[in-house]
Ligand binder design. Sequence first.
Ligand SMILES: Cc1cc2nc3c(=O)[nH]c(=O)nc-3n(C[C@H](O)[C@H](O)[C@H](O)COP(=O)(O)OP(=O)(O)OC[C@H]3O[C@@H](n4cnc5c(N)ncnc54)[C@H](O)[C@@H]3O)c2cc1C
Ligand code: FES
Ligand code: FES
Length: 438
Amino acid sequence: MSFVLGIPRKFKYVKVDSLNEALELLREGSKILAGGQSLLPLLKLRILNVDTLVDIKNLDLRGVSENEKEIEIYSLTTHNEVASKVKLLSKVAFTIADFQVRNKGTIGGSLAHADPSSNYYPALLVLDAKVKVKSKKGEREIKVVDLYISPYTTSMREDEIITSIIIPKKKELNFTYEVYKRGGSAYPTAIVAVAVEGNKYKVSFGGITEKPILFEGEVESENTIKNVIERLREEKIISDIHADSSTRLKIAERLFVNAFLRASKGVSDQFNIPAIENKWKSEVIRGEEMVTVKMKVNDFEMEDEVEPRTLLLDFLRRNGYKEVKRGCDEGKCGACTVIIDGKSVKSCLTLAVEVIGSDIKTVKGLSDIKQLKESFLENFAMQCGYCTHGFLMVTYDYLKRIGKRDDDELLKHSIKNICRCTGYFNIIKAIKTSSSNQ
Ligand SMILES: Cc1cc2nc3c(=O)[nH]c(=O)nc-3n(C[C@H](O)[C@H](O)[C@H](O)COP(=O)(O)OP(=O)(O)OC[C@H]3O[C@@H](n4cnc5c(N)ncnc54)[C@H](O)[C@@H]3O)c2cc1C
Ligand code: FES
Ligand code: FES
């Protein structure tokens, strides 16, 4: 049997429309599919193989509710939605990956995946959050401090689904968050979250050890910094190709001092993100061998027979949409970006069956992208042009929904596509100088 790079092994795909049906289908060999931004790379690399993918995107587990005591975030809320709806987590969620990953990836998926560099764990640890999980046996709550066991392993059982995340509200809380990343849409090298409430502090470090660290105590100005750093130096710090342990430790120490001093002075970190809604609802289907996929591409009705494992990228390219490019094939470069129901998404991390009935646009189908295209041309924002379509797609979405073309901080965390000809200076200039009508 031949090994095909980038294509998962065959599986059965079921898009459910009720939580009970999803719970019914959870058993050995099946896996929940939420945003697919962590699961699909694993399936494509065949590090993980499944018999059945249970797509829960149609479930009513999206959005945020609040009362005077707590904030409840439903598990399918995407990172961009969390950033726009939960002020406290705006920086935490908006510094995840890039705009496209944040349009599809979900807070529940991130906690269930339990990556040691997850943006959420350090924040939710210092905020005393808990998750609600459901199974056929009933519902229970797990404190986030008890959820993460080791890399990619949680204390949830195989038959459980995270339905929401609950954060208690605190009156005099100062919360700061620092994250250090290499370029592109890399995972963080180090993360620090600090919560100061009266004379009590909690600090959590992510990305530097196999399990996010949590320290807590009473604030004693300079002594606190000294004590935390001493305790941190006793930990076993990760060393890998991205940073050796001493570099990681130095970065973490610096981030901590900065975050702690700011929190002790009464600062709280927040980004100001306009309201974002990411609709992810499409037809319910159950497919084993071949599935009929119907969708609109650039206002043209398309229909094709595909295996459930077919990537949207391959579906589009083999139907003639060659402007959508295959680059890294692992979700990092953004060359494959298209607009799905108004939001930019990486088509190499999306299955064609996930978006049955959706409205897909490439640059050829967007009537209101003319100004941006002209700005790319006028600023020589391309050399070979391979990456250009992807850049146009994510920029189009960012400008439409965030619109802050001069906010370097928000731009830096949003448009992270890779240009192999290294034309970033002109690309940024094109984005910043394109007409604000975009
Ligand atoms: C290029 C790139 C860069 C990234 N950078 C970052 C980063 O900087 N910081 C960061 O935190 N993350 C990063 N991520 C990961 C991203 O945040 C994912 O969205 C997230 O980890 C998984 O969420 P998902 O909804 O995509 O879950 P999926 O990929 O669909 O699922 C992940 C796992 O969780 C399980 N699962 C999903 N939902 C539930 C649920 N409700 N209940 C129980 N189990 C569930 C699945 O079965 C699977 O095992 C990056 C991803 C990519 C591709
Ligand atoms: S992100 Fe899809 S090909 Fe690189
Ligand atoms: S212009 Fe050549 S890859 Fe970007």
